[in-house]
Design a protein around this ligand. Structure first.
Ligand SMILES: O=P(O)(O)OP(=O)(O)OP(=O)(O)OC[C@H]1O[C@@H](n2cnc3c(O)ncnc32)[C@H](O)[C@@H]1O
Length: 209
């Protein structure tokens, strides 16, 4: 299957292309098909709603395509009033991955270091949402940035029960912990199941001419 992604974040596009390729699916940025647009402003309610708003917005412009959009965020137990669905907006003053990783380390210094990271991926067709899938990772924030296989969050997130950060693992090792991979797997599974069910119906009720 081919998907069009509603995103301006190059790191996100690259990671999702890598994940979707594992399932033989292709992702192309919407900017390959349309001039760059301004997305609707993100709300404060949920990742699902923010991802859906972006997917619907581009789907209305490309109704025949399967359009996906992702909203991700990091919730710190020690600072529940910030980040979460506002992560991208709360980190605008820390533009480089090193700057925002250091900021997060400072936010939990001497406090509870546990976090919940979430990704929601919405998929739209003809301007309507057909599925929103979530991927969640729980763990604790490292005391210093560690690892070279990734930057930013990857260098400070230690999954529950482990001692290594995501960036200290190979792609194969960290894949099961990636919130985007967890959400993508559910979305692709749902689309495949629906497609298979439609095929079975067509095969069981061949059109009479
Ligand atoms: O809306 P688009 O254009 O897709 O891009 P965005 O950067 O605004 O994307 P989000 O609203 O999903 O915000 C995700 C935030 O999480 C940050 N982030 C950093 N590392 C991440 C990772 O490994 N996985 C998911 N999000 C990450 C990212 O920099 C953003 O601040």
């Amino acid at each position: 299957m081919q998907f069009v992604i509603a995103s301006h974040n190059q790191a996100k596009i690259k990671e999702l292309q890598q994940i979707f390729r594992i399932y033989n699916n292709e992702i192309i940025p919407y900017t390959d098909l349309l001039p760059k647009k301004k997305f609707p402003p993100e709300g404060n309610r949920s990742y699902e709603e923010n991802a859906s708003d972006k997917a619907i917005f581009i789907s209305e412009l490309l109704p025949d395509k399967l359009v996906i959009a992702d909203d991700s965020g990091l919730l710190l137990t020690a600072r529940p009033e910030i980040l979460g669905v506002r992560t991208a907006r709360d980190l605008t003053n820390y533009p480089t991955p090193h700057q925002y990783a250091q900021h997060i380390i400072r936010l939990v210094q001497g406090k509870d270091r546990t976090f919940i990271m979430q990704t929601s991926i919405a998929c739209a067709h003809q301007g309507k949402i057909i599925k929103v899938a979530d991927g969640i990772l729980k763990g604790r924030i490292a005391r210093t940035e560690r690892g070279i296989n990734g930057e930013g969050f990857s260098r400070i997130l230690i999954p529950c029960g482990l001692t290594k950060t995501l960036a200290q693992m190979t792609f194969e090792e960290c894949y099961p912990y990636l919130t985007r991979a967890r959400a993508a797997e559910k979305l692709i599974g749902f689309l495949k199941e629906n497609h298979d069910q439609r095929q079975t119906k067509v095969n069981n009720h061949p059109r009479e001419n």
